[in-house]
Design a protein around this ligand. Structure first.
Ligand SMILES: *Cc1c(COP(=O)(O)O)cnc(C)c1O
Length: 394
């Protein structure tokens, strides 16, 4: 492999400025710890950045997806179309509401859902489609929205990785009924745990705000600021508790002050990789087609030492794992880009599925590899990764 001194390069590393760390002390000192002025500030900054009319902070992207479907009225017996290659949470929320998960396959070129395949999965019971903007690349939202309009489907965008991702100049999360973002530490902006729902609909925004806060008609902040703080609110809905804390929101709001710089840095790092690996026939780097702005939540590649098909995928998988093991021993953390949910025990058993039922998701599961990419990555770290990748000789 390479002759340089061994380094340890994680797949991602949390990067917070001293001011961002200090921001958490504000709520601790004021004593207002849960959903209050800092949540409102974070939501306003999120709306300003994404162009979404309404932003509603919640406890995670998973609860954002769940709350979205619940607010829209998705329920028992309803079917939702979910790409087979995504984080398991996209499917789980459909199960939580008593619905049926109907998987569709993906496009191996983008790792995102294949709209033509999704169209073939529609039945009279289909109520929703959950396009996922994987790894910072928007799904093909034009055809997705057309399909949804034609069949009168709700569109809940899983934009967990979608911070900084645009489609024809428009930020993801603003196309469907709602967009759902994650602030888990693996994502570009983090609050530890945390999520954000975006929507263009005032009625839906109101419903989402109520549902995240026990179904209350008024928030605690509104009540405390109002003329009669001693009277409790009415509860028109049996809601949930999915409120973000003000500690988390302070951290999120502080990072928004350098939102564009974070995206720019991630794009710059990706461009360095793109150029370094451009001539490797066995490593397909992430595509960013015309009209798409990539946010680079991660840097997912396809390992293809030979053409990938249902015959070769297991052989390629064995080689990929062996390569990942070599990189790990060299101190470099890698991961499969994500998992194929139809191959995980719960879904495989419940819906009696085989890996080859969704061949592209199966191939992505077995042959993808994400390389370390995070803002704050040093030039030495990136060069070390590049040397080791270029040093691979099969
Ligand atoms: C991270 C992720 C989620 C889950 O986000 P949480 O905030 O951890 O709930 C859901 N979907 C996708 C595609 C993700 O990458």
């Amino acid at each position: 492999m390479s002759s340089s001194v061994k380094m340890n390069v994680p797949i991602a590393r949390t990067n917070l400025t001293e001011a961002e760390i200090q921001s958490v002390l504000g709520p601790l000192r004021s004593g207002w710890l849960v959903q209050g002025p800092k949540v409102r500030e974070f939501e306003e900054k999120w709306s300003a950045f994404t162009g979404a009319r309404y932003s509603i902070a919640v406890t995670s992207c998973t609860t954002a997806l769940h709350l979205s479907l619940a607010a829209l009225g998705f329920g028992p017996g309803d079917e939702a179309i979910v790409p087979a290659f995504t984080w398991i949470a996209t499917a789980n929320v459909v199960e939580h509401l008593g619905g049926k998960v109907v998987f569709c396959d993906i496009d191996l070129n983008t790792f995102n859902l294949d709209v033509n395949n999704a169209a073939r999965k529609i039945t009279p019971r289909t109520k929703a489609i959950l396009p996922v903007h994987l790894f910072g690349l928007s799904a093909d939202m034009g055809p997705v929205m057309e399909l949804a309009r034609k069949h009168n489907l709700w569109v809940v965008e899983d934009a967990a990785c979608g911070f900084g991702s645009t489609y024809q100049g428009q930020h993801v999360g603003t196309f469907g009924d709602t967009g759902c973002f994650s602030f888990h530490p693996r994502k570009a902006i983090t609050t530890g745990e945390g999520g954000m729902i975006t929507t263009q609909s005032e009625a839906l925004a109101e419903k989402l705000r109520r549902l995240r806060d026990h179904g209350a008609a008024m928030t605690d902040l509104q009540r405390h600021m109002g003329a009669r703080p001693y009277l409790l609110a009415d509860h028109p809905d049996a809601g949930y508790n999915q409120r973000m804390t003000d500690l988390q929101a302070a951290l999120g709001a502080a990072q928004m002050d350098r939102a564009q710089a974070i995206i720019d840095e991630r794009r710059r790092l990706a461009a360095v990789y793109d150029q370094a690996f451009a001539k490797l026939p066995w490593l397909k780097t992430p595509v960013h087609p015309e009209g798409y702005g990539h946010g680079f939540q991660s840097y997912p590649c396809l390992f293809q030492p030979e053409p990938i098909d249902t015959q070769s995928v297991k052989r390629v998988n064995a080689k990929r794992n062996e390569w990942m093991d070599r990189l790990q021993r060299a101190g470099i953390s890698t991961r499969p880009a994500t998992h194929a949910v139809h191959m995980l025990t719960f879904y495989r058993e419940k819906y009696d599925l085989q890996p080859a039922d969704f061949p592209m998701a199966f191939a992505a599961n077995d042959c993808s590899i994400s390389l370390p990419l995070f803002h704050g990555m040093t030039e030495a770290e990136q060069q070390y990764v590049i040397e080791n990748v270029l040093g691979y000789s099969g």
